[in-house]
Design a protein around this ligand. Structure first.
Ligand code: BGC
Length: 496
């Protein structure tokens, strides 16, 4: 039998194990983000820089689209001056650093470097501008996160080649990227293309965004994926000593099956594949997602078309694209319902029709000022799906955020939603072990929100577009972020 000494030893050992376990758990999940986790803010050139034709910058498709069709933008706004960050970049970098951010994301305006996009001389002033901007970011101890292409394609590439539907763009994008990468040595993270789905579906699919074309989204999809892969391969071959990581950024929205029926569950999975998988699968796994290939082949048969709208990927192309990532860039904002639906009514997007899905929202769900859902219960599911579907890649959240209509600097609702997003990221990291290593909020400044002009306010700093000085005014949400970066934990109160 056990002696009383044995019992005491057992008891001590047992208690020690429990204490070690509890310490470990609380360390794992005490509300803090992991050591070294990066918080920051995101911007893009067209949305903040202004100076649309200064210092030799060429016209891009958004300049062109807006100047030709001012009515297509809310309040006839344009981005000719935007936030004037071209001249105020030092102040903007300082503001980002003043919130304790460890990363700041910008994008390069292609036509500042190559005014026509593809030929003629390099515009030294443009290159120098970005070199100085990145020096400034580094000087403030932040990581420079740089997107090579964020929607603003050179207009000449559109006019001369048809833009992202022409495979010639692949080499042209590589040539431009090489010039930028060669010069900007201090970049820490490269993002090749921001949200290719938005470019292809809205710019070349339904014509709602620049360049305003329709029915060519699949051609665009293939050319953009190939262009991304070609830049990634060029970078790895020609700059072997550079440490900066490179990836593409995809817009990843969650789709929840409307009911637990097997048809709705399959519908949700299909739309995820049409929206995310069509880009992520070739890059992280190889080839088009099977469900997308099958659906598009069925549609070809139904419509009696000679070839599928989805271009083929040859074996060489599949191999060329596969593996071209060091992490996965994710922009995440929304969650919607998906249900099975075979109607092709005109209200539906082409993706819904192709996938045989109807996307809906519940009227009771919270929405931002653009009427888009803010349903962060889907956020954690989204990241879990990415982890499980793509073999647990490292994830860089390059955008998330919430817009209001800009009528108050006491943006408590925005604090509420930021807290909800951040808690979902925290849960994804600690409860689901998703490898998220950075979260950059959209955006540092109130800026030009594409077709919505200046009507949507996503910034940490308010800008009154009627103020000629474009003074930056700190909002309450900026204080929230300052507290977050100081403590590494989601602030529980709103006070500073
Ligand atoms: C884009 C940004 C945009 C933001 C808010 C993202 O889709 O990358 O350019 O401003 O969402 O709508």
């Amino acid at each position: 039998m056990f002696s009383s000494n044995d019992c005491i030893i057992w008891l001590i050992s047992f208690t020690t194990i429990i204490i070690i376990f509890l310490c470990h758990e609380s360390k794992k999940n005490n509300g803090s983000f992991p050591e070294g986790f990066m918080f920051g803010a995101s911007t893009s050139a067209y949305q903040i820089e202004g100076a649309w034709n200064e210092d030799g910058k060429g016209e891009n498709i958004w300049d062109h689209f807006i100047h030709e069709n001012p009515m297509r933008i809310v309040n006839n706004d344009n981005a000719d001056e935007a936030c004037d960050s071209y001249h105020k970049y030092k102040e903007d970098v300082f503001l980002a650093a003043s919130l304790g951010f460890s990363a700041y994301r910008i994008s390069i305006s292609w036509t500042r470097i190559l005014p026509s996009g593809y030929m003629g001389s390099i515009n030294e002033v443009g290159l120098k501008y970005y070199e100085d901007l990145i020096d400034e970011i580094v000087k403030h101890n932040m990581k420079a996160v740089v997107t090579l292409h964020h929607f603003d394609l050179p207009q000449r590439l559109q006019k001369d080649f048809g833009g992202w539907t022409n495979p010639k763009l692949i080499d042209i994008f590589v040539d431009y990227s090489r010039i930028v990468i060669e010069r900007l040595e201090k970049v820490d993270y490269w993002i090749t293309v921001n949200e290719p789905r938005i470019i292809c579906n809205y710019g070349y699919g339904n014509g709602k965004s620049a360049p305003g074309l329709e029915y060519q989204e699949f051609e665009c999809t293939k050319v953009i994926i190939m262009s991304h892969a070609a830049v990634y391969r060029m970078y790895k071959n020609e700059f072997p000593n550079r440490k900066a990581k490179m990836a593409i950024t995809l817009d990843c929205e969650w789709f929840e099956p409307k009911t637990r029926s097997s048809k709705d569950i399959a519908a949700a999975e299909r739309i995820l594949e049409f929206q995310i998988g069509i880009f992520a699968h070739p890059i992280l796994k190889g080839g088009w997602p099977k469900v997308v290939e099958d659906r598009m082949e069925n549609r070809r048969l139904m419509e009696n078309l000679p070839i599928s709208q989805l271009p083929k990927l040859t074996d060489d192309e599949i191999e060329f694209i596969n593996g071209t990532f060091d992490f996965l860039g994710v922009n995440h904002y929304y969650t919607n319902y998906a249900e099975y639906d075979s109607d092709n009514n005109i209200e539906k997007s082409r993706n819904e029709i192709n996938a045989g899905v109807l996307i809906t929202v519940d009227p009771s769900w919270d929405k931002n000022s653009l009427g888009r859902t803010v349903t962060t219960w889907g956020t954690r599911k989204m990241f879990k799906w990415l982890k499980e579907t793509y073999n647990n890649p490292e994830i860089f959240i390059s955008e998330y955020g919430y817009s209001d209509n800009g009528t108050t600097l006491e943006d408590n609702e925005r604090i509420r939603f930021s807290r909800m997003y951040l808690s979902a990221f925290h849960d994804a990291i600690y409860k689901d072990e998703v490898r998220i290593f950075a979260a950059l909020t959209w955006s540092l400044l109130d800026n030009f929100e594409w077709s919505f002009g200046y009507s949507a306010h996503f910034g940490l700093f308010y800008i009154d577009q009627n103020d000629p000085n474009k003074t930056r005014i700190r909002k309450k949400l900026a204080h929230f972020y300052k507290k977050l970066t100081a403590t590494g934990r989601i602030p529980e109160d709103l006070h500073t």
